[in-house]
Every structure is written in C-alpha cells, then in structure tokens.
Design a protein around this ligand. Structure first.
Ligand code: FES
Length: 236
C-alpha cells in the first residue's frame, strides 16, 4: 500500500531502532557519514579515471589529418607500367609515417570501373590486403607479389591468387595545374567499388562490408581547393 510505505519511510531513525539515533532524526549520523564518504570517494575516483579514459579513448575518435601531396607531373607516368612513389601518411614520425604507392595512368581499355577526377591516375597501395606485408610489382609478369604468404594481384590490383580477401587498396589522385597529386587511401571490393579504408584481412564483398566497418580515425578526402603549391625550382 502506498500510504503504508509513506508512513514507513517517514518514521524517525529512533522509531526504526537505528543505533545511535536521536529523537526526530530521519537519517542518523552514521548513515549520513557513510553517504558523504561514499559520495566523496566516487568524486575522487572519477577525477582520476575520467581524464585517463579520455586520454586513452580520445585518439580513437580523432581523424588522421591528410593533405594532398605532389607526386610528379603527368609526363612521369604511363599507362603500361607502374612508377613507385613515396608518400607521407603521418607527419613528423620520419620513415614510420611513410607509405609506398604504385602509380600509373588510367587505361580506359582495362580500367572499367567508374571514372572521375580522382582516378585518372591509378595509385595502388603496397600493403598486402591479407596481413599487410609489402607487395612488389614484378614487371615481367605484370603482377604484384606478396612474399609473406604467396598473395598475387593482377595488373589492376585485383586478387589473382593466394589468401588476400580483397584487392589492393588505392589512393585518391588528382591532376591540377600541371601536377599529379595523391590523396588518402581507400579500400575497394572485388568490383573496385570504393569503401572507406579498412585494415588488412578485412573482406569487403557481401557481408564483409558490414562486419568490418572502417575505424573512426581514418582520413577523409581533403578539399581540392587548397592544394599545396608546386616546389620552387632553384634559380627560377
Ligand atoms: S600478407 Fe600478403 S599474402 Fe599474407
């Protein structure tokens, strides 16, 4: 009964027989001190743990910044073979922040995926889509070979053999003002449909695209309005 419950809760501490209770008290001093001490302990624990949690989890939700980088002029690339280019993925950590891209001119005869301003140059990541070992382009066979577990990719970066679960990742590219720029990495499924970058070992066909979502910190395509200026030519 609600009325009974109210009567019960409004009884004084003395009436309820609590030890150390004074007449008329509804909360005795022992209980009051317990609540105060527990509250203060909770606040102190939160003061220590919340900043530590924020420090640990913050980077997970922070996107890796990425800027367009110049990798050459159109004359540096052809349709028939790949040119190796080094790009910076993370600034300020020397070689650890660098990555390799294999770059060539798009060939409409074989590159049948939809074309736009970001794939007039095909830039393939050297990181194997199986477990991330560096792949090597073998000119004689026009294939990319992974030395770790025998992964093989064809000229377009599609899986031709071995355990890789998806094609080689790609980088956005852009031609502006007489230069070729490279942008952030993206992943593709076996039809070369674009997806936000995934980690090695994560398939993108069928259910894979839902089972392995992109990490929160992956770079997004930067605007094309603020491209870095070409390097100054000495003496000009
Ligand atoms: S890492 Fe390339 S095949 Fe395993």
């Amino acid at each position: 009964m609600p009325a009974d419950r109210h009567a019960q809760s409004s009884k004084s501490a003395e009436e309820r027989g609590l030890p150390g209770a004074f007449e008329g008290e509804t909360v005795n001093r022992r209980r009051f001190m317990n609540i105060t001490a527990q509250g203060a302990g909770g606040i102190a624990a939160a003061a220590f743990t919340l900043p530590a949690l924020g420090f640990a989890l913050g980077p997970i939700f922070q996107r890796e910044p990425f800027s367009w980088q110049i990798i050459g002029t159109p004359a540096d690339f052809t349709e028939t073979t790949y040119v190796t280019k080094v790009l910076t993925i993370v600034d300020g950590i020397s070689d650890a922040g660098k990555s390799i891209a294999y770059v060539r001119v798009r060939d409409p005869q074989i590159d049948t995926e939809p074309s736009d301003q970001f794939n007039q140059y095909i830039a393939l990541s050297s990181r194997c889509a199986h477990l991330g070992c560096p792949v090597r382009y073998v000119e004689a066979s026009q294939r990319f070979i992974c030395p770790c577990h025998g992964g093989v990719y064809n000229f377009r970066g599609l899986v031709a053999g071995g355990p890789p679960p998806r094609p080689l990742d790609r980088f956005y590219t852009l031609q502006r003002n007489g230069y070729v720029y490279i942008g952030p990495r993206y992943s593709v499924n076996s039809e070369l449909r674009r997806f936000s970058p995934r980690d090695p070992g994560e398939p993108l066909d069928g259910l894979g695209q839902y089972l392995y979502p992109s990490r929160f910190d992956t770079s997004v395509l930067p605007p094309t309005t603020n491209l870095p200026a070409p390097p100054a030519i000495p003496g000009v």
